[in-house]
Design a protein around this ligand. Structure first.
Ligand code: PZK
Length: 321
């Protein structure tokens, strides 16, 4: 299959209207529905981002591996009693008229979902300190208003996982906010439930990963409400639905437990070959000038594909392909 057909750019899908694209995923709605209505199709492309750039070179099978991993987690979390319904309707190929299922052209990397009213908050749980959490800690001794003990380093395990919500930014990075800000946005009962389910999902994911020699440093989930349920209503907390993708390397930081050593940046389970090559002299990339990163060499692409497959195989205990 060509790079374009595997998701280098959003596909034209007959029967579907392209709604928007993120760095690595594409969102569609049925062409037969009015704009803003009907089910949604989340398509995971083979695009990869690094250092805030979408790279010119796709990684074959990335979209399919991450979709399969996310679907596996949705089932696993339901079986473990997370107690939160998810937005998944189907990942099976449906008829060409888009009345059900997903289009054959994106089979394996698309999920048809219930449309929700998304909460205006990124729900993040962290069990280890790095990234923006580390930056906030170094500046203030706290993350999202949660005071942490002195002496923590990049990669330190936290004595208990913390809820570190962020508000969504249209451009640039999400902004970490305190629980009080989330309570103002959602109301206290819904904010409390969002924190509770985020920490519970992290705990379930962390335990599974650790058994397979993988550390789950942090994870981000997206929650929504069925249309018509007001965030301020008394039944909103019970109506929450888990959306988007869950516990994939694009929504979470996974580290190889065997390589974990706090006090330095931890190698990324999936993207370390990409980062190392881009920062090496061999790439010739002028990162400081914010130049577009150069195309990846074949060996870096193949090694990175292998890391996504390895993450899938270690976490799920299943063989890929
Ligand atoms: C929704 N995104 C993120 C994904 C993008 C952006 N079930 C849902 N209901 C309503 N909205 C969303 C979902 C889900 N999932 C998800 N944005 C809106 C996203 C893919 C590509 F550009």
């Amino acid at each position: 299959m060509s790079a374009a057909a595997t998701g280098a750019a959003p596909a034209e899908l007959p029967g579907w209207r392209h709604v928007r694209s993120g760095k690595v995923r594409d969102l569609y709605e049925p062409a037969s529905a009015a704009p803003g209505e009907g089910d949604l199709l989340v398509v995971a492309s083979d695009r990869v981002s690094a250092f805030d750039h979408v790279l010119a070179t796709p990684v074959p099978d990335k979209g399919a591996v991450l979709t399969a991993l996310s679907l596996w987690w949705f089932e696993r979390l339901a079986d473990a009693g997370l107690g939160l319904p998810d937005h998944v309707l189907s990942a099976d190929v449906g008829p060409d008229d888009a009345s059900a299922g997903v289009p054959a052209a994106v089979a394996g990397r698309a999920v048809r979902c219930r449309r929700l009213e998304m909460l205006p908050v990124e729900c993040v749980a962290r069990g280890y300190l790095t990234g923006s959490g580390l930056a906030d800690y170094r500046a203030t001794g706290a993350v999202c208003g949660v005071e942490l003990p002195d002496g923590l380093e990049d990669g330190s395990r936290l004595h208990r996982p913390v809820f570190t919500p962020a508000t969504k930014a249209d451009v640039g990075h999400d902004e970490n906010v305190s629980f009080a800000v989330v309570a103002d946005l959602l109301g206290p009962a819904l904010a409390e439930r969002a924190r509770e389910v985020t920490l519970r999902l992290y705990a379930l994911g962390e335990e599974v990963a650790r058994e397979r020699g993988v550390l789950l440093a942090d994870t981000k989930i997206e929650l929504g409400l069925p249309p018509g349920v007001e965030a301020a209503s008394a039944d909103a907390p019970e109506a929450l639905v888990l959306a988007d993708e869950v516990l994939t390397p694009d929504s979470s930081r996974f580290w190889d437990a065997a390589a974990w050593a706090p006090g330095r940046a931890q190698p990324s389970f999936d993207k370390q070959f990409v980062r190392d090559w881009l920062l090496s002299d061999a790439s010739g990339w002028d990162r400081a000038a914010d130049a577009p990163p150069p195309p990846l060499p074949d060996d870096v692409v193949e090694a990175t594909r292998g890391r996504y497959v390895e993450a899938y195989e270690r976490l799920t205990g299943r063989r890929w392909g």
